[in-house]
Design a protein around this ligand. Structure first.
Ligand SMILES: [Fe+2]
Length: 391
């Protein structure tokens, strides 16, 4: 059956958009070469920066004919690589592919070499190398001037020479490979940039949370502990249920826990650290920290989950909390977890107006307020962690 190369190329282009991993794409391309053009084997020499070499990475075809991956490693001085990068024997590459038959013809026709001994030497060495890989067609994958890889093809199963359209097919696929590799490098770079930014963001968040603790000096270390408790409680709940959290859940919970009191930046220290009871006015002022925190974070992109946690961490399950008096499941889950962790740590810490409770007393208090101040499911998880000696 005649192969519709146009269709095959369109398919390869489609895969290139869908498949982000170049090795997966190359595997598909080599499989298509072996099956459609019916060659005995096809492979690729891929450039590996860390080793500054071209390595046979993926091969397809009949066992016994194909080169096992990883077996062949060529450095930049290898004849076949030099043939493509030096481009001195350019006329042999007019079609974009190096064909062993053409190479043999050129070697026979000494006139075409115009007495260039170095060219003859390179061609001979290239021929020898092609034969050693059992390769009759080699096609370079260039991106601009960078040779990213070389597609290598064995003989056709029916031993006939390759047709023009088959060679064109290989050349087009080699271009696809180059584009895919280039895209993957860019994608990888972008990914690394995102990771770097994320790390920087988390470090900044941690530094900021330390600054919040420093301002409110009765609660030194409080924020980090609340974060640890929140994450442990959430993990217990997820471990004990079939429901799996959304991908960003733990990241949001981590950041929201660290920043839950960020709004205290806007509250005078004289009120935050006051010895003695607060006036109604002062209490109102302190309560504003939940809203102020949400406002501080609002301009930052992708922090919706975090903002919900910060804004509502003082809501009560029965609707008697602040700032909005939300109740039950209307309170965002992240906020409800922070509420329990925050209260627990506050209870087991010394305050200017009272001594710390024991952990046992604090747990009893959580249980007493389960269903009124706190979400019962979250209290249950906190109690179970405490019983296991993990809270
Ligand atoms: Fe708070």
């Amino acid at each position: 059956m005649r192969v519709n190369y146009k269709k095959e190329l369109e398919e390869a282009a489609r895969n290139m958009i869908l498949v982000h991993k170049p090795h997966t794409l190359i595997r598909m391309i080599l499989r298509s070469i072996v099956r459609k053009v019916k060659v005995e084997h096809a492979g690729i020499l891929l450039y590996e920066k860390s080793r500054d070499s071209y390595i046979v990475t993926i091969t397809r075809g009949k066992v016994g004919t194909k080169i096992p991956p990883g077996l062949v490693r060529l450095d930049a001085r290898s004849p076949i690589i030099r043939f493509f990068t030096q481009k001195e024997c350019g006329s042999l590459l007019d079609d974009g592919a190096l064909i062993l038959d053409d190479l043999n013809a050129a070697l026979k026709n000494m006139e075409s070499l115009a007495g260039r001994e170095d060219h003859e030497k390179l061609l001979l060495a290239t021929k020898f190398q092609m034969k050693s890989f059992d390769t009759v067609v080699a096609v370079p994958s260039f991106y601009h001037d960078d040779l990213l890889g070389v597609l290598t093809m064995g003989e056709k199963v029916n031993k006939k020479p390759f047709k023009r359209e088959e060679i064109d097919f290989f050349v087009a696929l080699a271009n696809d490979v180059a584009m895919a590799l280039r895209n993957a490098f860019l994608f990888e770079g972008l990914q690394m940039e995102i990771e770097r930014n994320k790390k920087l963001f988390l470090e900044t968040t941690k530094a900021l949370s330390a600054a919040i603790d420093a301002k409110d000096h009765y609660t030194r270390g409080h924020t980090m502990r609340v974060t640890d408790y929140s994450l442990a409680i959430a993990k217990t709940m997820h471990d004990e249920s079939d429901e799996k959290p959304a991908a960003k859940f733990y990241e949001d919970l981590y950041v929201a826990s660290l920043l839950h009191d960020i709004g205290k930046i806007g509250i005078p220290e004289s009120i935050l650290n006051k010895n003695g009871s607060l006036t109604d006015e002062e209490r109102k002022k302190i309560n504003e920290h939940a809203i102020i925190g949400a406002m501080i974070l609002e301009p930052i992109r992708d922090l919706d989950g975090v903002i919900m946690g910060v804004k509502y961490h003082h809501e009560h399950y029965d609707g008697k909390g602040y700032p909005e008096g939300l109740s039950g499941d209307r309170i965002p889950f992240i906020a409800a977890i922070i509420s329990v962790a925050d209260s627990y740590d506050a209870m087991i810490s010394d305050r200017p107006y009272r001594r710390a409770m024991t952990r046992e007393q604090a747990i009893l208090e959580l249980e007493r307020c389960s269903g009124s101040q706190f979400n019962p499911q979250i209290v249950k998880a906190a109690v179970s962690l405490y019983r296991k000696g993990q809270l």
